[in-house]
Design a protein around this ligand. Structure first.
Ligand SMILES: Cc1ncc(COP(=O)(O)OP(=O)(O)O)c(N)n1
Ligand code: TZP
Ligand code: MG
Length: 335
């Protein structure tokens, strides 16, 4: 029995690693995207650790009845998309098999493969998914709103300046008002081709068909949010340190907030993580990340010098006399 399970693990570890290698080559040579290529490499290395001598020893190719079996569609690939799609599906299938059979004899394998499967979903979003993930990828400035009587006018002006990503954040209003505001913002953002995410509230995001949700450390698991909203929607997570960052990546976050960079009255009592954490993110974060917390047009150069390429702001835009001008200035600094 153990021998049979080890043969299944051996075959599927190979399958997942090969599939990842194929995706990695495209990220590296086709897309020239070092962070996606690095993410594939890291996943391959994590699988390599699981592929122990005992598991390899179980291999028995001559008596494997499946080596001759191939599907006709494996012989043809009519585009890069279909090649990527087929290999991403192969990796996900293999990880699912590893998760299930691993549980029978190697309990740690189940957990590791589950987390890898979520990361492959994220990779898939970046490589294949809709416009939505492409827009997220291209967005370097993220407006997180605060309560304001002029909410719609401010966001409208900011969108005119070229803003492409907005988060509706309102901690104090009644839900029936929040629902209407979220609906209005969603329509407004979509009229400009921008994305709207909702802070904290998966139910509101679902109700208004927003592009996703931003979750804090105390909120529900990312996988559950994706189950509720659908895998095609965006789920972000706030992080304040490297552990939270690694957990968010392992959970399949589409992007993360990194901060607070500086002390900010928008999050009273929250200790800043500082530019050191920005430097860490620049070196280690393979998914899109936004420096947040006290970022303004005076200090953005320090954030950029520390490796920040995307920032999220509240006051800098919400309190600006001319949001569209401020947006253009930020976009200018972020190149
Ligand atoms: C882009 C981004 N990053 C971080 C946060 C903060 O989220 P959270 O820690 O849940 O705090 P609240 O915003 O809910 O007060 C964010 N909203 N956006
Ligand atoms: C929501 C949030 N999360 C971390 S810092 C922050 C507030 C950032 O606000 P501001 O840009 O006004 O400093
Ligand atoms: Mg929150």
């Amino acid at each position: 029995m153990q021998q049979a399970i080890y043969r299944i693990l051996d075959a599927n570890l190979d399958r997942a690693r090969e599939g990842l290698r194929i995706i990695e080559e495209w990220c590296r040579f086709g897309l020239n995207n070092p962070s996606l290529a690095e993410e594939c490499k890291k996943m391959r290395q994590e699988l390599a650790v699981l592929h122990t001598w005992e598991i390899r020893q179980a291999r028995d190719t001559p008596s494997d009845v499946g080596t001759e079996l191939s599907h006709p569609r494996e012989e043809t690939r009519d585009s890069i998309e279909s090649l990527l799609q087929a290999n991403l599906a192969r990796i996900q299938e293999a990880l699912r098999v590893l998760e299930e059979y691993g549980k029978l004899c190697l309990p740690e394998m189940g957990g590791v493969c589950k987390s890898l499967r979520y990361r492959v979903y994220t990779l898939e979003s970046h490589l294949l998914n809709s416009d939505r993930h492409k827009k997220l990828y291209r967005s370097s400035l993220y407006l997180v709103t605060s309560s304001s009587e002029n909410l719609l006018a401010i966001v409208d002006d900011a969108l005119r300046g070229g803003l492409t990503l907005v988060q509706y954040r309102d901690k104090s209003t009644d839900d029936n008002i929040r629902l209407v505001k979220a609906q209005q913002l969603c329509k407004l953002c979509h009229d400009y081709g921008a994305l709207l995410l909702v802070n904290d509230r998966v139910d509101l995001a679902l109700a208004v068909d927003a592009d996703g949700v931003h979750l804090g450390q105390q909120d529900i698991p990312i996988a559950l949010a994706k189950e509720i909203l659908g895998n095609h929607k965006i789920v972000g997570r706030s992080t304040t340190n490297p552990d939270e960052m690694q957990n968010a990546i392992a959970e399949g976050a589409d992007y993360i907030g990194v901060g607070p960079v500086y002390k900010t009255p928008t999050k009273p009592g929250k200790e800043p993580a500082g530019l050191e954490y920005i430097e860490y993110a620049a070196q280690n974060c393979p998914i899109p990340w936004f420096a947040i917390g006290g970022v303004n047009l005076t200090n953005i150069n320090y954030v950029v010098a520390a490796g920040g390429q995307r920032v999220a702001v509240v006051r800098s835009i919400m309190e600006s006399e001319q949001p569209s001008v401020t947006v253009r200035q930020f976009l200018g600094c972020l190149g």
